[in-house]
Design a protein around this ligand. Structure first.
Ligand code: PLP
Length: 666
């Protein structure tokens, strides 16, 4: 069971479609072979003068010569390093040390360190760091970009006479926008400024002839183009100032000390060889046609989609898009469920996405910069991968539509019923849904969720009976202390200050208490000990609890709820009636390729509705919750355990660990 095939059988997982090439790529088989060969047959230290060392040195020289040819390095230098972040540090350090020396000699230097507003964070961070550390205290000046992500060349021309160093990129990692390097070079004409171009996303995708430009420094990274992580290159123009970042044994002609990463260099050499030979990687035209197919599939699956970068100015391997009404987390989750790996165009925390500074710099509206998704692939991508990706995109669109998340009126899933939790940034809104009367009560609605809730209710034909707040007594419309809700009654009880709690009752029995942000201690004597308490804030890492549970919860009782794949196999063997419970949201479940062992569907947002049934069962069969990464399932198992259901477990690490790479590593 610990092996990935058995695991995939259990969860019915399909083959992974990896569309996150701008983050990193897989390793070219020829590069793996080259690395293995370097480790096995050519393991010498290239600095050793004996035969074994000479063999390694020959390999090193061969790869360097290949890189020089391919990048048009001319009389410039190429040094190997650990990757682009190191290359950027070295370039910035070199430029700033030279500027400091010039200033100390009494020469006039520019006052500005200019960098593109959409640069990778490594650039402004390195500039700020070394500027401060070297005591230069030059002014960091962000160069704006236009709505197409291209640098403001008019401003650059104005700044050029005062610029000491200009840092721009060849192509942007989030949008794929290709910089107008010729235009930048023209704007810098006559300026004394040094110029660094981050070429990370350009390698293998843009024709580079570095020595024909005035570029002084150009960092590259192997892992963005089918070489392993931890290997990179830095181009330094002939005559450009240089200061080593790493000192020691004087390797790389003194440019970068430390015994060379020969396995990485050999692998990078194989990739460069494939680029040089042609035939391995797809042509620009083929990549463009792949992008167009993906774009067409996205347009048809996700109505209203907007692409955040013009295709004619971008690498054909990057698509960046936003979909009205859908967060990047929801899109990522649904794609991930379909085993399509994409990334948020912005830094994305568990519940709230920070807007992308790249899209913000392009002046896009906040909804687009905070909900952007990036789909990117490398030039090795196969036709079958694109075809399968298009099919899965369609499936994701159908899943979102069926769940009522695409506001086009089409719904295929049964209407949700009972108690539903909607969370944003650690705060909870609760929906009470009565499908018989089609009525809904909303408790503590967060403004950001209004559209989402309205669309959900509309698509399932629910009418809002009341919108109540636990902190505003005016929201309670009833004259008396209770209102009928379907076959139930909702009662309002006053808490301290202006606060209130709402009790959902079946006859005299209180089933649920919605208590907002009131401390649990305040509820004692007002809420029955066994009622399920649904709070308004993520505090207990549980969807719901009860006063009785909180009085009794022993932290040690959670220790054995985490199952790895081996423990899960043993548990399923010992308890054939154990129930697997998928706590991913309905649209994620619908996006999965069917197969595997059947599982009960209880999205975490609906867990509270199912808890009473489980607690009432006398048998207490083992429940094994699972989700994508193990966070939501841990929450579900913990919730059940706290409430006294001893046999609640979860799959630690989630079904993500079913990927062959991780299983092999285990
Ligand atoms: N520059 C760009 C444009 C990048 O996309 C990246 C990687 O995300 C880097 C620099 C940093 O590269 P590395 O991972 O090799 O340090």
């Amino acid at each position: 069971m610990a092996d990935s095939a058995a695991f995939r059988k259990l969860f019915g997982m399909s083959k992974e479609i990896y569309l996150d090439g701008n983050a990193t790529t897989c390793v070219l088989p020829a590069a793996i072979d080259a690395a293995v060969q370097a480790m096995r047959d050519c393991f010498g230290n290239p600095s050793s003068t004996h035969g074994t060392g000479l063999k390694a040195k020959a390999l090193l020289d061969q790869v360097r010569a290949r890189a020089k040819r391919l990048l048009g390095v001319g009389s410039g230098r190429i040094m190997f390093n650990s990757g682009a972040t190191e290359g950027i540090q070295t370039a910035v350090l070199s430029a700033l040390c030279a500027l400091r020396e010039r200033r100390e000699r009494g020469e006039k230097i520019g006052a500005l360190l200019v960098y593109g507003a959409t640069e990778h964070k490594a650039v402004p961070e390195a500039l700020a760091h070394w500027n401060c550390l070297l005591g230069l205290n030059l002014e960091l000046k962000k160069l704006p970009v236009n709505e197409e992500g291209r640098h403001d060349l008019v401003l650059l021309r104005e700044l050029a006479p005062q610029a000491a160093l200009v840092c721009t990129m060849a192509a942007n990692n989030e949008t794929g926008i290709i910089s107008d390097l010729a235009g930048i070079q023209a704007a810098l004409e006559g300026s004394q400024s040094l110029w660094m171009v981050d070429c990370v996303q350009g390698l293998g995708k843009l024709a580079l002839n570095l020595s024909a430009t005035r570029i002084d420094y150009a960092p590259f990274s192997g892992h963005k183009l089918y070489a392993p992580k931890g290997i990179g290159m830095l181009y330094v123009r002939e005559g450009a100032p240089y200061t080593a970042l790493v000192m020691g044994g004087g390797q790389e002609a003194g440019l970068r000390s430390g015994t060379e990463n020969m396995a990485g260099i050999a692998a990078l050499g194989a990739v460069l060889g494939a680029l040089e030979d042609g035939g391995t990687f797809r042509s620009h035209a083929e990549l463009q046609s792949f992008r167009d197919r993906l774009a067409a599939a996205l347009r048809s699956a996700l109505p209203g989609i907007v692409f955040n970068a013009p295709f004619d100015k971008a690498l054909p391997t990057t698509l960046n898009f936003s979909v009205p009404g859908l967060s990047s987390k929801e899109l990522l989750d649904v794609f991930d469920a379909a085993n399509v790996r994409v990334s948020a165009g912005s830094a994305c925390s568990a519940s709230k996405a920070a807007p992308s500074y790249v899209l913000d710099a392009m002046g896009l509206p906040t909804w687009r910069s905070s909900s952007a998704v990036r789909m990117s692939f490398g030039p090795l991508v196969s036709e079958e991968t694109i075809t399968e990706a298009c099919a899965r995109i369609e499936r994701c669109g159908l899943a979102l539509r069926a769940a009522g998340l695409l506001d086009d009126g089409a719904v295929g899933m049964p209407a949700p019923e009972g108690v539903v939790q909607m969370s944003l940034a650690g705060n909870h809104t609760w929906l009470l849904l009565d499908s018989a009367s089609h009525s809904c009560i909303v408790i503590d609605q967060q403004v950001e969720l209004v559209e989402r809730i309205d669309s959900l209710l509309r698509s399932h034909g629910y009418q809002v009976q009341a919108r109540l707040s636990t902190s505003d007594s005016d929201s309670w419309p009833a004259q008396s202390g209770s209102m009928p809700f379907g076959a139930h009654t909702l009662r309002r009880i006053a808490l301290n200050g202006e606060r209130a709690a709402y009790l959902l009752c079946s006859g005299e029995k209180v089933d649920y208490a919605f208590t907002g942000k009131a401390p649990l201690a305040e509820l004692a004597g007002r809420v029955p000990a066994e009622a399920l308490v649904c709070t308004g804030r993520e505090e207990l890492n549980a969807c719901c609890t009860s006063l009785r549970a909180e009085a009794q919860a022993a932290p040690g009782s959670l220790a054995d709820m985490h199952l790895d794949s081996g423990a899960l196999a043993r548990l399923l063997e010992a308890h054939p009636h154990a129930v697997l419970v998928d706590v991913r949201e309905a649209y994620e479940q619908a996006a999965c390729i069917p197969g595997g062992r059947s599982a009960a569907s209880v999205p975490l947002s609906r867990l509270a509705a199912f808890v009473p049934g489980w607690l009432e069962s006398t048998e207490q069969a083992p429940l094994v919750f699972f989700c994508r990464s193990g966070n939501r399932s841990a929450k579900a198992a913990q919730c059940l355990r706290r409430l006294g259901y001893r046999n609640a477990y979860h799959l630690s690490g989630g079904i993500a660990l079913a990927s062959p790479a991780l299983s092999l590593a285990a």
